[in-house]
Ligand binder design. Structure first.
Ligand code: NAD
Ligand code: WQD
Length: 338
């Protein structure tokens, strides 16, 4: 029996594939390489000693998915495949609703055809919207302020409605906080195709000289140093959270919603200063206006993941900063040169 990982060539999917293999799972990946590259498969094999079976297909293509379910004995799905750039989702809402809603629906429909009813879904702390106050607990109301965020709110609703209609589904909705870092080998990591939107890839690109400085968005927030506070989580800890979520889904029916964060908030300047200290590199930065749509602070109450899954993040901010730099410095142009 195998776990089907959609979007398994991507940033979080590739790290999760490694952890699943190391935990003894058989992994099958489907990815259309819309935001990833084939060399990731070589890197996964180099790290784990196993080459996961791979299908190049768009998850919107139900015929292609059906062929995968016919060829493989799938017992559960981890659904990562989605578009994730917040700004692009505002400019191209149809692209985001089409891929992120259509993708989940197609995956669920084909799962149902094959009576496979166990799914782990990539949600996001973005569903807490802008009005809730941190630490954020799973029972707070959800909302969104951009199309990407709405796709996650709607995806969660689809999954909850499905569980109400058929209690034999096992559904794990995982809300990730801010994943950063990379595998300690430096062989896989985050590889933005364009100018990074997120803080850590921007910092690493400044440190390596691709961008001349970091703009720190807002220095007048009601936080300890005035800059925005987030719950950064090492991508390997996040990947391990998926292994325990799959373990749980294989044994229990029903729907669970779980934050995956550290429960600790760090500011933009905390991250920059830790990165500089740990790596001995310069990150020139300039304080500028707030970025529209940002909240002052966003961090998890991580206690439910501990209670339900016995999972807690183990790596600290220094580990995240070292591993992000290890990946960027070993792969200055990401996967492009490989
Ligand atoms: P990513 O872009 O690196 O990985 C997504 C993968 O899915 C890519 O390899 C892409 O090629 C593939 N993909 C996209 N649409 C597809 C489709 N229709 N068919 C087949 N493959 C498709 O992104 P990531 O950072 O690894 O994110 C994984 C998931 O986690 C996404 O659902 C994202 O919304 C969610 N998430 C990410 C973050 C974050 O900050 N990285 C935070 C919260 C939630
Ligand atoms: C972090 C902090 C910025 C860039 C986003 C998505 C969210 C989720 C994770 C997918 C904030 C500041 C950033 C820069 C800066 N993704 N910053 N200069 O906004 O918490 O969350 O990624 O689900 O949905 O919205 O992450 O990395 O963009 O920002 O000062 O060049 O860094 O203002 O305080 P965010 P981020």
């Amino acid at each position: 029996m195998a776990i089907l990982v959609t979007g398994g060539a991507g940033y979080i999917g590739s790290h999760t594939t490694i952890e699943l293999i190391q935990a003894g799972y058989d992994v099958v990946i489907v990815d259309d390489y819309s935001n990833s590259k084939p060399v990731v498969l070589d890197r996964i094999e180099e790290i784990s000693g196993v080459r996961p079976r791979f299908y190049e297909a768009n998850v919107l293509d139900k015929d292609a998915l059906t062929k995968i379910f016919q060829a493989e004995e799938i017992e559960a799905v981890i659904h990562f495949a989605a578009f994730k750039a917040v700004g692009e989702s505002v400019a191209k809402p149809l692209k985001y609703y089409h891929n992120n809603l259509g993708g989940l629906l197609a995956v669920l429909e084909v799962m149902k055809d094959f009576d496979v009813k166990k799914i782990v879904f990539s949600s996001s702390a973005t569903v807490y919207g802008v009005d809730n106050v941190s630490p954020l607990t799973e029972n707070l109301p959800t909302s969104a302020i951009n199309p990407y965020g709405y796709t996650k709110v709607m995806n969660e609703q689809i999954l909850r409605d499905l569980s109400v209609a058929d209690e034999t589904w096992s559904i794990m909705i995982l809300r990730y906080f801010n994943p950063i870092g990379a595998h300690e080998s430096g062989l896989i990591g985050e590889d933005p195709t364009d100018i990074p939107n997120n803080l850590m890839p921007y910092i690493t690109q400044v440190a390596i000289g691709k961008r001349d400085h970091l703009s720190v968005f807002g220095s007048d927030y009601p936080t300890h140093d005035g800059t925005g506070v987030r719950d950064y989580i090492h991508v390997v800890d996040l990947a391990k959270g998926h292994v325990v979520a799959i373990d749980h889904a294989l044994k229990h029916e029903g729907v669970e919603t779980v934050n995956l964060g550290t429960g600790i908030g760090y500011s933009v300047l905390d991250l920059v200063n830790t990165f500089v200290e740990q790596n001995g590199v310069e990150v020139p930065n300039e304080l500028v206006d707030r970025r529209p749509g940002d909240v002052a602070a966003n961090y998890a109450d991580a206690s439910y993941a501990k209670e339900l899954l016995n999972w807690t993040a183990e790596k600290d901010l220094a580990d995240m900063c070292r591993d992000s730099w290890n990946w960027q410095s070993k792969n200055p142009n990401g996967y492009a040169e490989a």
